[in-house]
Ligand binder design. Structure first.
Ligand code: VGL
Ligand code: ZN
Length: 200
C-alpha cells in the first residue's frame, strides 16, 4: 500500500476539502459511536487550516435525520436513533475547528433516504461545479458508510478524489468492514494520502 502513496499532493485553485459527519453522535459517548472516531479531528483541523489559509472551499456534511428515519431500528433499519436534526447529538464535534466560511451540507433528511452519500439529495455536486472544483480531499466518519458512499459518488461524478487515510475511522459492524471499504474505494479509483502530505 505504501508504494501507492503519493509523496505530496499540492493544493490548487481547483481543490476542495470534504469533512464527513464529524458529529457528536458518532464520537465516543454518542448514540452511534465510531470506535476512536475522535481521532479524525486533529488531522482534519490541520487540513482545514491549510485550506482556509489558501481560501479554498471547505464543505462539512452532517447526518440530519427526522426522528422516524428509515435507517433507525424502530423502522426496521440497522441503527439506533442518531443525528436527529437539531439535537445536540447532531452538532458538529466541539473540537472540530470549522472556519466560519465552511459550507454545511445536511443529508439524510428524508425518512427513506439513507443519506450515506453527501451527494444524495443535496446540492453538493452543483456547488462544487460552480466553484470549478476538480479535486476533492475527503476525511471523517465513518469509513465504511458515509465516507465510502460519498467517495464512490465523487469518483462517478468525475472528481479526482483523495481519501485522507489518517483522518477516517470505521464503524466495523462486521469486523473488517473498514478494510473492505478501503479496498472498494481504491478499486474505484480513490487515491490514498496522509493528511500531512497535503501541502499548501
Ligand atoms: C453513518 C451510519 C448511519 C455515517 C451515518 O456517517 O457513516 N453511518 N448513518
Ligand atoms: Zn445516519
Amino acid at each position: 500500500m505504501n508504494a501507492n502513496l503519493p509523496k505530496l499532493s499540492r493544493l490548487t485553485r481547483r481543490s476542495a476539502l470534504l469533512v464527513i459527519d464529524v458529529q457528536n453522535d458518532f464520537l465516543p459517548g454518542g448514540r452511534l459511536p465510531v470506535p476512536r472516531g475522535d481521532e479524525v479531528i486533529p488531522p482534519l483541523n490541520g487540513c482545514m487550516e491549510r485550506f482556509h489559509r489558501k481560501n479554498l472551499p471547505i464543505f462539512a456534511t452532517r447526518d440530519w435525520h427526522p426522528p422516524d428515519h428509515g435507517s433507525f431500528q424502530a423502522q426496521g433499519g440497522l441503527w439506533p436513533p442518531h443525528c436527529i436534526a437539531g439535537s445536540s447529538g447532531a452538532d458538529f464535534a466541539e473540537a472540530l475547528a470549522l472556519p466560519p466560511e465552511t459550507c454545511i451540507i445536511s443529508k439524510g433528511s428524508l425518512p427513506e433516504d439513507s443519506g450515506y452519500s453527501g451527494f444524495s439529495g443535496t446540492d453538493l455536486a452543483a456547488r462544487l461545479r460552480y466553484l470549478g472544483v476538480r479535486t476533492l480531499y475527503v476525511g471523517g466518519l465513518a469509513t465504511d458508510y458515509c465516507v465510502l458512499n460519498t467517495i464512490i459518488d465523487a469518483l462517478r461524478l468525475g472528481f479526482r478524489t483523495y481519501l485522507l487515510i489518517d483522518a477516517v475511522r470505521a464503524v466495523d459492524v462486521h469486523p473488517g468492514d473498514g478494510e473492505r471499504a478501503l479496498g472498494e474505494m481504491r478499486r474505484q479509483g480513490a487515491r490514498f494520502i496522509t493528511s500531512d502530505r497535503v501541502s499548501a
